[in-house]
Design a protein around this ligand. Structure first.
Ligand SMILES: [Fe+2]
Length: 409
């Protein structure tokens, strides 16, 4: 990291450290988070579910109880089951496999190795995630009515009202074209160390993030509301390949195969308030003045044993999900992909998050639409452009009215 970036960090840290007694604030949040971790571990030991689960049927007819909404807000994550029929998801899984084979993706990938730098700093190395954005199954899943209904439900868990009007429109989403994961049983090369996306050192330095986290930096972390949308669409991230330029209310994916705790899939620290611990940790005296516990601009923000051991014990696997189930998590949640896949079936997903209508997301969607029409990689990602001459790629003729609206086309 360059001297100028280090100088920015020093300045921001000195400012934030002057706002409150950061040591007392940290001790307080640390104690509360360690209690949360104990609760999670106890529940796990007793075989009780920690990560909330709802059925898509209840989402669709609007009958998810208030208590469940509160639980999702507390945990910052949720499994929505049955957004797609199992057979539909299984067909999509086979179709993507065929798309990859027919277009000889793997030998082309060898030629383009090394373009994706985003996860380079995380210990487990670069994941084997396919740089495909426009296969028909991905496009169909993004524009499905059941997906739109699920996103409306998720977006409405946020409080969108703000002094200058609503921060975003919870009822309409733009498509964010992301990649697809196909993980073989026995694979040990694809792990992702615990991290969060949507900004690393920006979470301390960016003026909008400083306002979002104002209560935390002011020493009142209990007053911090992870679901208050104000300023969330106004953050600016250091520009870099694979950093998401859209505001997402939830990151997420749709399962194409059955996958659970042994299958090298997703783990989370299911506490929405854990960001308060994370932010205050970096402001303690044992961290160098120009360091934020290893945060590097343009990279995922890693959670490390050296600094964050207290809460890493709360990292737990998602429950077993099947084809057509979806998993969602708040953009501030620490998550990981296990180093080893010790199960017997592929662990395959299509990444689809919730990215509601707002000026920030519209600007990106318009750039993305051009890439779609040309079959190029989505603008946030390494310009591998595999699909330009791929046979069977989705085109504008495959978009429904909803699909066109979600793509600004
Ligand atoms: Fe991530």
């Amino acid at each position: 990291m360059g001297d100028q970036l280090k100088a920015y960090i020093r300045e921001a840290k000195a400012h934030l450290q002057g706002l409150t007694d950061v040591k007392a604030a940290y001790q307080d949040v640390r104690a509360a988070m360690m209690t949360e971790v104990e609760t999670i571990k106890t529940a796990q030991a007793q075989g009780r579910a920690v990560i909330p689960e709802v059925s898509y049927v209840r989402v669709a007819d609007g009958t998810v109880p208030q208590a469940m909404r509160a639980e999702i807000r507390h945990r910052g994550c949720v499994v929505v089951r049955g957004v797609f029929d199992r057979s539909q998801a299984e067909d999509w899984n086979a179709e993507i496999g065929d798309y990859i084979a027919r277009n000889d993706y793997l030998s082309k990938a060898k030629e383009k190795a090394g373009i994706d730098k985003y996860f380079g700093g995380l210990k487990s190395g670069t994941p084997q995630i396919y740089g495909l954005y426009w296969s028909k199954p991905q496009v169909m899943a993004r524009q499905a009515e059941s997906m739109a209904a699920t996103k409306r439900f998720l977006n409405r868990l946020w409080d969108v009202a703000g002094p200058m009007g609503d921060e975003f429109d919870p009822d309409h989403d733009y498509a964010y074209a992301d990649r697809t994961r196909r993980r073989q049983p026995g694979d040990t090369t694809l792990g992702l160390s615990p991290h969060m996306d949507s900004g690393s050192y920006e979470r301390w330095l960016d003026p909008a993030y400083q306002k979002i986290y104002g209560a935390i930096f002011g020493g009142q972390w209990r007053d911090y509301d992870p679901w208050k949308a104000t300023y969330r669409t106004q953050t600016r991230e250091f520009s870099s390949a694979a950093v998401c330029s859209m505001f997402r209310t939830f990151q997420g994916w749709t399962g194409l195969t059955t996958q659970g705790p042994a299958d090298g899939t997703l783990s989370l620290i299911p506490v929405a308030q854990s960001i308060a611990y994370f932010l205050l940790r970096a402001l303690q005296e044992d961290v160098e003045p120009d360091d934020l516990c290893g945060a590097i601009p343009g990279r995922a923000l890693g959670a490390r044993k050296q600094w964050h051991a207290d809460i890493l014990d709360g990292l737990i696997s998602i429950p077993t999900v099947g084809p057509g189930d979806t998993v969602w998590w708040h953009p501030d949640l620490i998550h990981a992909v296990a180093d080893a896949h010790t199960g017997t079936d592929y662990a395959n997903v299509i990444y689809i998050g919730a990215s509601p209508k707002c000026a920030k997301n519209e600007a990106y969607t318009r750039k993305q639409a051009q890439k779609f029409l040309e079959g190029r990689s989505a603008p946030d990602f390494a310009p591998e452009d595999y699909e330009v001459d791929f046979e069977g790629r989705a085109t504008i003729a495959d978009l429904t009215d909803l699909g066109r609206a979600q793509m600004c086309l």
